[in-house]
Design a protein around this ligand. Structure first.
Ligand code: HEC
Length: 109
């Protein structure tokens, strides 16, 4: 009985895992090829005025922002075409990459 319960728990946990796991290395490739021009390669050196820092931002926040640009729920003429080119997996990967970068979000002192 105990074993059965354990198998049930393991099965339930497996189902609870996100459907797609993030690949940080693949995210880095997208970041360096596309996003770096405005956000900096690590997302911590914005190269144009108005480009926010992405480094160290919460992964789920970044993912939501990208999804919203793609769906049109968040409107921005610069970011909409960027997000339009990304698949769900790309967004997951690039969000995981930027979330893991240093020297990101700061409080103004
Ligand atoms: C041509 C310049 C440019 C490029 C290239 C670019 N961005 Fe942006 N990004 C911006 C600007 C400007 C904003 C602010 C838009 C706004 O106010 O909603 C922004 C906002 C964002 C945000 C929202 C951040 C926040 O704090 O709410 C995310 C996430 C983001 N970009 C991710 C990316 C990713 C991922 C890529 C590469 C696939 C990328 N950007 C490429 C200019 C750019």
């Amino acid at each position: 009985m105990k074993t059965l319960k354990l198998i049930g728990t393991v099965f339930a946990l497996t189902l609870a895992l996100p459907a797609i796991a993030a690949d940080v290395g693949a995210g880095q490739k997208i970041a360096e090829a596309t996003c770096a021009a405005c956000h900096g390669a690590q997302g911590n050196k914005p190269a144009i005025p108005g480009a926010p820092r992405l480094a160290g931002q919460h992964e789920d926040y970044l993912l939501k922002a990208l999804n919203d640009y793609k769906s049109g729920a968040r409107k921005n003429g610069v970011m909409a075409p960027m997000a339009a080119n990304l698949s769900k997996q790309d967004m997951q990967n690039v969000a995981a990459y930027f979330a893991a970068q240093p020297d990101g979000l700061v409080l103004k002192k």
